[in-house]
Design a protein around this ligand. Sequence first.
Ligand SMILES: C[S@@+](CC[C@H](N)C(=O)[O-])C[C@H]1O[C@@H](n2cnc3c(N)ncnc32)[C@H](O)[C@@H]1O
Length: 294
Amino acid sequence: MVELKISDTSQLPERDAWAFEALKDLLIREKGFDLEAYKERCILRRIYLKVRSRGYGSLGHYFRVLKRDRDALEDLFQYLTIHVTEFFRNPSAFHYLQQKIVSRLLSESDNSHRLNIWSAGCSSGEEPYSLAILMLRVLERESPSRSFNILATDVDGAVLEKAKKGWYKTDALKNLPREERETFFFPADGGYQVVDRVRKSVTFKNANVLTEMPESRQDLIVCRNLLIYLSREKQEKVITNFSRCMRRGGYLMLGKAETLIGRNRLYFQNVSPTERIYRKRDVPLEEDPLVPRI
Ligand SMILES: C[S@@+](CC[C@H](N)C(=O)[O-])C[C@H]1O[C@@H](n2cnc3c(N)ncnc32)[C@H](O)[C@@H]1O
């Protein structure tokens, strides 16, 4: 029986240790996905669940299949990247954004300034489209002449294809009030399609948050339920990079189980501890010329 309780590589059976190393190389080479950045325990658990559910006797056996079968590799990649998401996930956080943050961003910037929002780790699009709906609601009420742009990125190209289509099963819209559903979606092919003005306000790009950041300065960065899977060291690095590509006074929103780490407490102040919203402090931070721009 394949062992499922392995929490780090030192516990890997000898016959599997080489296969894990080879799998790391394969995922970097084929998918640009670096397993070392993620929590080892979580990664090993998921890999061994696959080994077991597919009926392979060892990780080595599974690896040999992954090497020659692109679909099997894609299937594992999808499983490791974890795409759970929903519209207005953690509604109180969106409520806080709408009530407190967006108005501040508008009043503290010039009327000609277009607000830049980045949804990093956007999965199948529910998060950036929720942000677009929220922005349209606020702007219509408070500042119709202002504009915004949402950049939505994910490391997984397949999930981005779904996001770009903007089509969702009826069940995915269950948390939306009827009026909202009727304003921002229309029925299509047995489900719902986001309307064009929502879809066109979001630009989707395939990018890795560990190695790339946007060219333009962001007013709001939303990165939720991604950092939790990264090692502590990588979480710290990614949040520092966020502060590098953020406007002075910009905001960062993390997931409910995520928080600032290490030196990032110097770069951000805590605005809402419950909603995990932080504001960039006015401290100088060197650009990192080595980080490629999206
Ligand atoms: C659990 S989903 C979260 C989706 C959304 N942010 C939310 O909270 O509902 C995590 C997403 O992060 C993406 N992801 C994981 N590692 C990434 C990386 N290094 N760069 C960009 N996206 C990544 C995954 O592909 C997945 O779609």
